[in-house]
Design a protein around this ligand. Structure first.
Ligand code: ZN
Ligand code: ZN
Length: 366
């Protein structure tokens, strides 16, 4: 019974480690064993009918187990954030270090991280936000696991299966990477670690500076279109506001639309947004043209990392006076081709800088 995370494409060794560590923190082997013991002790060898009360007890057992794991999961989110911070700092350090971050030695709690790493109030806030939003998604995943365990048991009883068959089905759920529960927690591990890493990284970059998006070779079309090789301004999270209720012809609406399309900030995500530009009018209806309408701006994907669950893209700091992005979307040094840099700077950066000024966001030290 091997535990592993799906997908092998990583841009950083540390992130791969973190994904593995958070995933093994759920300890499916332990849970599976405990669940079987619990079922044995409560219901004996012969599965029969489960009453509503029985199912409720199984639910409680599952919930208690996964909720008991929450503090451990917080630990890996805090560490992923700190890895992002350390990698970000290293890039601007006059003495680059190529040593790997010793993940196991990083603080486990927000408070210790803030103290030991002298986090600024803004960084501490960013870390708190990251941990809280992660905890929320872990709670959702716990709920999904509870109902999946319940369904597997329910189906098994309905089909009059033997205890052995039920055991095998539960085993599949936890250890087969194609099964729902395993896939679900894989997704959580990848998404939470990458989110925390990128938040820690972004929190080091002050407002008015720039980042370049970097995607793995197997990235999806949304990430290729909105992240890979694209340049965005980093802004203070307070500048971005929800704009769904603003009048579409108001200046603030236009400003928010522009910021959402051209800037990134700590806490920016695509929660509640979609990759498709059309949506159903009647949610229970089909996808016939009459039942489809355009999504509004605040309902569609904007550049953010993670772009969506499973996203392994990352941001990389970009200094537009020393670097540029070539036609392949790759980062290049100005010294290697002054002419190309000049062309890029005039075409891409000058209008960008002008617009930032128009919206009251001056560029930082580039
Ligand atoms: Zn993607
Ligand atoms: Zn992505």
């Amino acid at each position: 019974m091997k535990q592993r995370t799906a997908g092998d494409s990583h841009h950083l060794y540390e992130l791969q480690q973190l994904e593995r560590l958070i995933f093994s923190a759920w300890d499916f082997e332990g849970f599976y064993k405990n669940l079987l013991d619990f079922l044995d002790s409560q219901f004996g060898d012969e599965p029969k009918t489960f009453t509503v009360e029985d199912l409720r007890r199984i639910d409680q057992f599952t919930r208690k187990y996964f909720e008991g794991k929450l503090p451990e999961n917080e630990l890996w989110i805090v560490r992923a954030f700190l890895v992002g911070k350390l990698i970000s700092e290293r890039e601007i350090s006059p003495l680059p270090s190529f040593q790997r971050v010793k993940i196991e030695e990083l603080p486990a709690r927000v408070r210790d991280a803030a103290r030991n790493f002298h986090l600024s109030p803004a960084e501490t806030k960013a870390l708190e936000w990251t941990v809280n939003s992660g905890a929320l998604r872990l709670t959702t995943a716990t709920g999904e696991t509870i109902s999946r365990v319940q369904n597997v048991i329910f189906e098994s009883v309905k089909n009059r299966e033997t205890t052995r068959e039920l055991r095998r089905k539960l085993e599949d759920e936890f250890f087969d990477t194609q099964a729902e529960i395993n896939r679900n927690w894989n997704r959580v591990a990848i998404t939470e670690i990458n989110s925390a890493f990128n938040m820690g990284y972004l929190a080091q970059i002050s407002s008015g500076n720039f980042v370049l998006g970097f995607s793995m070779a197997d990235a999806c079309d949304h990430c290729k279109a909105l992240i890979d090789g694209k340049v965005y301004a980093v802004i203070n999270p307070d500048e971005a506001q929800s704009y769904d209720s603003l009048a579409k012809d108001s200046e603030e609406y236009k400003r928010q639309v522009w910021l959402h399309e051209n800037a990134v900030w700590v806490g920016k995500d695509n929660v509640g947004r979609s990759g498709s530009t059309r949506k159903k009018i009647d949610k229970t209806g089909g996808t016939s043209p009459e039942n489809l309408t355009d999504r509004q701006h605040h309902e569609i994907f904007m550049p953010a990392i993670p772009m969506h669950p499973h996203c392994r893209c990352r941001w990389i700091r970009l200094h537009p006076t020393e670097q540029y992005v070539d036609s392949k979307g790759e980062l290049q040094m100005r010294v290697t081709n002054e002419q190309e840099w000049q062309h890029w700077f005039n075409k891409r950066m000058i209008p960008f800088l002008d617009k930032l000024n128009v919206y009251g966001l001056s560029a930082g030290r580039m």
